[in-house]
Write a protein that binds this ligand. Sequence first.
Ligand code: SIN
Ligand code: MN
Length: 266
Amino acid sequence: MKLTQQQLEHFDEEGWIFLENCFSPEEVAVLNEEGEKIYAEEREEVWRETSGAPRTAFAAHTYNEAFGILGRHPRLIEPLEQAFGEKVYMHQYKINAKAKFTGDVWQWHQDFGTWHRDDGMPEPRAMNIAVFLDEVFPFNGPLMLLPRSHKHGILDAAHDTSTTSYPLWTLDEDTVEKMVANGGLVAPTGKPGGVLMFHGNLVHGSAGNITPYPRKIVYLTLNAVSNHIRKPTRPEWIAHQDFTPIEACADDALLNFARQYATAAE
Ligand code: SIN
Ligand code: MN
């Protein structure tokens, strides 16, 4: 899947784009079923909120076939190859739960701030491309983005290890206020199967989810191969050290997997 010139210009200017209906209900259904199985497992890659609800499952592309296919999917890999002008590899892979009633906040942060400080990533030539597995509403903890904040480079941040179960380099209120005054705030919402791509320096965060609607999103963090990390400090399953360029699978690979999966369940 290639982005249009207009989409590329919007991305450069605003730091994000949202693409509706990239994955079909059949493709999303198999990811949802497999995602729930992963959250039910007791494994080190599955992190929980302080309540015990799942928060994120790392590296599912390495131990789950459906998420493995998604991690090589041309609808996700090609736009990033296009943005960076080179092959990409998987730096990080997360299925974020934002569970109904208990999903916790993600404080304001820039992704590249963490990748640079914790993983030794040289340049912001990596970014998240995210697939909505549930409908994202204005009220179930949508990802909030501060448009144009990616133009300010790495902002000062403090290492917050206590607000949630997940340590993060977070921004202070003054910085967030300045960025909002400059570019506003958006919270893209949409049906399952939508795809959100945002720059590694774009400031973002999300509120807690006190609704009965879960908000699962899969994040592929793809890094330009030449920008591979230099000083990893986190486990391999959080910040991967296999820099092999991803070869995209066929466009119908996930659909075929979903159909076989449905037949096997009959
Ligand atoms: C993230 O920024 O890595 C996750 C935010 C979210 O899923 O709300
Ligand atoms: Mn983030």
